[in-house]
Structure formats: structure tokens, C-alpha cells
Design a binder for this molecule. Structure first.
Ligand SMILES: *[C@@H]1O[C@H](CO)[C@@H](O)[C@H](O)[C@H]1NC(C)=O
Ligand SMILES: *[C@@H]1O[C@H](CO)[C@@H](O)[C@H](O)[C@H]1NC(C)=O
Ligand SMILES: *[C@@H]1O[C@H](CO)[C@@H](O)[C@H](O)[C@H]1NC(C)=O
Ligand SMILES: *[C@@H]1O[C@H](CO)[C@@H](O)[C@H](O)[C@H]1NC(C)=O
Length: 377
């Protein structure tokens, strides 16, 4: 048997590919596509600056997350032994050696029709995020090994995550209603599937996780904004029709992913049902160490929802001659909702723990066997 130097080098190489310092994990990188739920600073690199009290719990200052602390994607990276993902749009201090985050707040799957300043929708829709991903790979191939870039091999072994679609669902809900939105939701699911196929064909991606849509009918913002009466609320105080419409979309998304799975024989295309966890937390906050399911921590106006659509978290507005400021509660760890729309760090931690347990995956995916999962704090 030949045991030359080349053999040793190969073994060493394999060792470094499969074993990181923190433990064993097959993923050398995560590439994330998303909206505010998984933004780690992309939006605020383009449209500065985020205001306090964002970031107050963990970072002690605004850190580009739409939360008081870490986003679920931060916890996921930590669990598989990777550093927090740098936003692709952030030029200073970023390090993409273990992945990149293309998510920006207010991003949609479908191309936005008009400017951010008119609609409140980010120009960095999924198609743009995919372009950025391709640009990153092109540069890695052009430049060769670089300290702050992933290796060429990382693109095939990486985990590709999608947490996007919420803004396609919600941004026109008030204007055109559920029926209006449902007209283009099949396009939303198709576009996600098409993007996965493109990453498979042109980037070499093989592991994909798609997070489903949250029960927005339990969000303080929509409970305040969307027209309803008491008969529209379930026993937990969530909007029945809107949560049902989210469920319909999630079924559609799951079926669409099932269809492309058959076209991508060597891939794992995993639908991740985080909706069920978020729903459970909104319904039974006290069973999970929380107190408030449908009330916003950071907001103004008090009441059942503590949400005022005119004064978003961290902002001050003069209304009828009075300055109103949306400030944070003192105990975000007791809330499901941070700012009326986005989850608190406490909830992001619970969601990620549920993801890591594997029971939310369809089809089943042995994450815990592929990585020595780090406990998340
Ligand atoms: C974009 O605008 C056009 C014309 O105003 C409209 O028909 C179309 O539905 C809009 N697309 C989306 C995704 O909102
Ligand atoms: C980027 O991250 C990698 C991996 O953690 C590290 O080895 C490298 O030194 C970092 N580069 C810079 C410039 O921080
Ligand atoms: C409650 O609202 C729904 C539509 O949002 C409407 O069909 C229904 O008649 C309303 N019920 C009452 C009691 O106002
Ligand atoms: C509200 O705050 C602004 C900015 O600090 C200030 O210019 C304005 O006079 C305040 N209005 C009232 C009614 O206090």
C-alpha cells in the first residue's frame, strides 16, 4: 500500500474540510437570503442608521438586527460553529470566509415595483441577492485564496438558507386584502424554487433550508393595522383569516419545494416549519418562559398591543402637538414581539433550538449528525 506524502496531505486536507476547531460540521459556510427577520446589518449599510433601542440586550447598541439582540440566523451560525454572518453590503469590517448574508430589511421575493421611499420596500429583492451571491463567487474564482473570502470548495458544501416572503405577503395587505395578495403568492413560491435551482445549477449549492412564513395574524402591528372585529380573533387573540392565509401560502411553498426536489437529485431542499413554533409561543407564552404573546415590547401607546403605526420602535414623532417616542420595555425577555413585527432575541433563541432538534424539517434532515452542534446561550 502506498502511503506517500500525497496521501498524508489528502488526509490532512480532509481533516480540515470536515473538522473545524469548534467541532465537526460539514458546513464551512452559510449563505443567507432574507428580509429583516435575518438581516445582520445589510439594510443599515445602505440606509443608515439604525436607532437604539435595537440591539440593547446582546450588542448593547444597534447592530443591524431587527431585534433587541441576536437574530435566529446568528444562533444558527453559532450552533454549527461559525461566526456571525457579515452582511454582503457592509464594506467595512466584514469577513466572508464563512459565508455572507444577503438579507436586508424590507426585502421581497418578487421585484419591488417602486422606490423604497415610496413603498417602504427594499430594492434588494431576492433576484438582486442572488446576483450578489454570484458576484461573490466570481470574485473568489478570480482572486484565489483570500483571508476574508470563502474557499472555492465552500460553495458546494455550504448551507443555503432562505427566510424571505413576509414582505411580499404583508406590504400590500392593507391596500389590496388577502384575496389581492393571494393572486401573486404562487409566483413568490415559484421564485424561491427557481432561485434554489439556479444556485444548484450555477453555484453548486446542494443544501438548502427554506423557513416558512410566520403567523403574522398574531403580530401586534397587524392586529393594530388590519381591519377586524372580535369575531375575526381566535381564543389566543390572533387574526384567524390572516393566519389561515399564511397557512395556505406555507402549504403552497411546501408543495413547490417538493416539486423541485425531484429535479435536483443530489440536493437537500428542506422546508423548515418555524411557523408552528412562533404560533405556539404567541398562543402560550407562559409555557415557554415568556409573558406576552401579542404585545410589543418596543412601541408606544400601551394597551393590548403597545403598537402605534405612526411611531415605530426607536422613533419620535410629534402628533397633535405632543412628542411621542416608541421606547423599549425593561424586560424584552418576557415578550414574543420586539417591535410589533419582529421577534425578540429570547424568541429567536427558542426558535433556533427547535430548528436544531430537527423536528421542523420536511423531509427529515440529520443536522445533528452532520454537525457537532454547539449549545446556544
Ligand atoms: C406592480 O405594478 C403593476 C402596475 O401598477 C401591478 O399590475 C402589479 O401587480 C404590481 N406588482 C406587484 C408584485 O405588486
Ligand atoms: C476572517 O475570518 C477567518 C476565519 O475565522 C480568520 O481566519 C481570518 O483571520 C479573518 N480575517 C480577518 C481580516 O479578520
Ligand atoms: C366582522 O368582520 C367581517 C369581515 O372582516 C364581517 O364579514 C363581519 O360581518 C363582521 N362582523 C361583525 C359582527 O361586525
Ligand atoms: C418635539 O421634539 C422636537 C425635536 O426635539 C422639538 O423641535 C419640538 O419642539 C418638540 N415638540 C413638542 C411639542 O415638544
Amino acid at each position: 500500500m502506498r502511503t506517500g506524502k500525497a496521501g498524508c496531505r489528502l488526509l490532512l486536507l480532509l481533516f480540515f474540510i470536515f473538522f473545524s476547531a469548534d467541532g465537526r460540521c460539514i458546513f464551512p459556510a452559510i449563505f443567507n437570503f432574507g428580509d429583516s427577520n435575518s438581516d445582520t446589518g445589510g439594510f443599515w449599510a445602505a440606509f443608515p442608521a439604525q436607532r437604539p433601542p435595537y440591539g440593547m440586550t446582546y450588542f448593547k447598541k444597534p447592530a443591524g438586527r431587527a431585534s433587541d439582540g441576536r437574530a435566529a440566523i446568528d444562533f444558527l451560525a453559532q450552533a454549527v460553529g461559525l461566526p456571525f454572518l457579515s452582511p454582503y453590503l457592509q464594506s467595512i469590517g466584514s469577513n466572508f470566509s464563512h459565508g455572507a448574508n444577503f438579507a436586508t430589511a424590507a426585502s421581497t421575493v418578487l421585484l419591488p415595483n417602486t422606490s423604497l421611499f415610496v413603498t417602504g420596500i427594499s430594492p434588494f429583492s431576492l433576484a438582486i441577492q442572488l446576483n450578489q451571491m454570484k458576484d461573490l463567487r466570481r470574485r473568489v474564482y478570480q482572486m484565489g485564496p483570500q483571508d476574508i473570502l470563502p474557499s472555492k470548495g465552500a460553495f458546494e458544501k455550504a448551507l443555503y438558507t432562505f427566510d424571505i416572503g413576509q414582505n411580499d405577503f404583508t406590504s400590500k395587505l392593507v391596500a389590496i386584502g388577502i384575496k389581492g395578495v393571494q393572486q401573486y403568492l404562487p409566483q413568490v413560491a415559484d421564485q424561491i424554487a427557481w432561485t434554489i435551482k439556479d444556485l444548484y445549477d450555477n453555484i453548486g449549492g446542494r443544501k438548502f433550508m427554506v423557513f416558512n412564513l410566520a403567523p403574522i395574524g398574531c403580530f401586534p402591528a397587524f392586529l393594530t393595522l388590519l381591519p377586524h372585529n372580535n369575531s375575526d380573533l381566535d381564543v389566543y387573540g390572533c387574526l384567524i383569516s390572516y393566519n389561515n392565509a399564511v397557512d395556505d401560502y406555507n402549504v403552497l411553498l411546501k408543495e413547490t419545494l417538493q416539486q423541485i426536489r425531484s429535479q435536483l437529485p443530489n440536493a437537500n431542499v428542506i422546508y423548515v416549519d418555524t411557523n408552528s413554533v412562533k404560533l405556539e409561543l404567541s398562543r402560550h407564552p407562559r409555557n415557554h418562559g415568556l409573558k406576552y404573546g401579542t404585545k410589543s415590547c418596543c412601541g408606544c401607546g400601551g394597551g393590548a398591543y403597545n403598537y402605534d403605526p405612526l411611531v415605530f420602535c426607536g422613533n419620535t414623532k410629534e402628533i397633535n402637538g405632543v412628542n411621542l417616542t416608541a421606547t423599549a420595555c425593561g424586560d424584552p425577555q418576557n415578550y414574543v414581539s420586539w417591535d410589533g413585527i419582529h421577534a425578540t432575541e429570547a424568541v429567536n433563541r427558542i426558535i433556533t433550538r427547535a430548528v436544531l432538534r430537527g423536528s421542523l424539517f420536511d423531509p427529515p434532515f440529520p443536522l445533528a449528525r452532520l454537525c457537532d452542534l454547539n449549545p446556544i446561550d
